[in-house]
Every structure is written in structure tokens, then in C-alpha cells.
Design a protein. Structure first.
Length: 215
């Protein structure tokens, strides 16, 4: 019996299309080209940061982000707001809570993401980020923290995410139930990997309530 559902953020709750398009504009790269390179990182198992190195060799990403913030302090830049939520998010999270399932957000996110998520006023019981824990998936310690904050047994926790490497393999190792959502480049691509068979695979969050708490 699932008592807690824990959610990744990017391409699980948040559609990152606008973020990457703004980055493409910032780097003066055609949007389609940059999105294609990001897809290539997903297809080849390379880290996302390699996409920046490919299109702008030698780019100091941290310095670029700081410069961007200084030039456009009021813009979203590489952040998100309510317009970036997938349309099924509020509906599905509300229904999970209505059925008595604790709903928690815990994903790999930079420091500013926690306040951005809290401003969305989502129907959740708690929000955590890798930045505040100083731990990142797939580190097993990240999932130990997930179990601690959920306050139930590992097998009573479903972790929902879009990546096999971050959201399925280490979730199984921690004794939790992985749910892989097929959206975003990693979601579609990694759903085809053999390791994905360890997860329950969904195409949208509206499938979750009946999957985790059958009527």
C-alpha cells in the first residue's frame, strides 16, 4: 500500500521548454538546435552540462548565469513559474491527497527552486531540493532523506520521475516503488531501456491516483 508519493521536478512537474529556449536565446543559438543537443545528451547518457560545452566551448556556466542575473534581474532566466507547470499537475496532486496519500516534492534543483515551487502553492505536504540537502540524485543518501521526510516504510513510498538513472535504479535500491513518467527527452528515451522494466511507466500524472490507490 502506497502512503507517500514523492515527485521529481524537471519534466515531471515542470515543462522546461521555456527555460531551454531562453538559454538558447542567451547563447545566440537557434532554439531547435539547442533543444536537439539537449536531446542528444539524453540519448547518449551524457550530463546536461555537456550541451553548453558543445554549443559554446569553454563557457563558464556559473559566470554566465551570474552575468545574466545582473543584466536581467527581473526576468525568469533559468527559473520557472506557474506557466511552466504541466496541466495535469494540480489535478493529480490534489486527487492523491484526497485519497489520503502524502505528497512531497524532492528533486535535484538549485537553491532558488524551493521558493519558486512554494510560490506555486501546489497541493503538497512538503517541498525539498537537493540544494538544501546538499545531496543530489542518484546518491543513495538523497533517497535516505526522502524516506526520512516521508515518515513511512520505503516500500510504502512511490518516487515519480523521468529518468532511469536518477529516478528508477536508485529508487529500487532504496526499497521504494519507482514510477517513470514518459515525458521530456529523458522520459521518452529511457523508458525504452531494460532498467525501466523495474518501474511502473505512465504517460501522464492523471494515471497516478488509480495506480497508487485503486478505487
Amino acid at each position: 500500500m502506497i502512503k507517500a508519493a514523492v515527485f521529481d521536478v524537471g519534466e515531471t512537474l515542470i515543462d522546461e521548454t521555456r527555460i531551454w529556449c531562453r538559454w538558447a536565446d542567451r547563447l545566440d543559438i537557434p532554439r531547435f538546435a539547442f533543444l536537439g543537443v539537449i536531446g542528444g545528451m539524453a540519448a547518449t547518457g551524457r550530463p546536461l552540462t555537456d550541451a553548453f560545452e558543445l554549443v559554446r566551448p569553454g563557457l563558464d556556466l556559473e559566470a554566465e548565469q551570474s552575468a545574466w542575473a545582473a543584466e536581467e534581474p527581473e526576468s525568469l532566466r533559468n527559473n520557472f513559474d506557474g506557466d511552466d507547470l504541466y496541466p495535469d499537475v494540480r489535478r493529480a496532486l490534489s486527487e492523491l491527497r484526497r485519497r489520503g496519500i502524502t505528497v512531497i516534492i524532492a528533486g535535484n534543483q538549485p537553491p532558488q527552486a524551493k521558493s519558486a515551487l512554494e510560490r506555486l502553492r501546489l497541493p503538497v505536504d512538503a517541498v525539498y531540493t537537493s540544494a538544501e540537502w546538499d545531496l543530489e540524485k542518484p546518491d543513495p543518501k538523497f533517497f535516505t532523506r526522502v524516506i526520512e521526510v516521508a515518515g513511512v516504510e520505503p516500500e510504502e513510498i512511490a518516487y515519480v520521475g523521468d529518468r532511469v538513472d536518477n529516478d528508477v535504479v536508485p529508487v529500487v535500491a532504496a526499497g521504494m516503488v519507482p514510477v517513470l513518467i514518459r515525458r521530456g527527452p529523458w522520459g521518452y528515451l529511457t523508458a525504452e531501456l531494460p532498467e525501466a522494466a523495474q518501474a511502473r511507466i505512465i504517460d501522464g500524472l492523471d494515471e497516478l491516483p488509480d495506480l497508487l490507490s485503486p478505487a
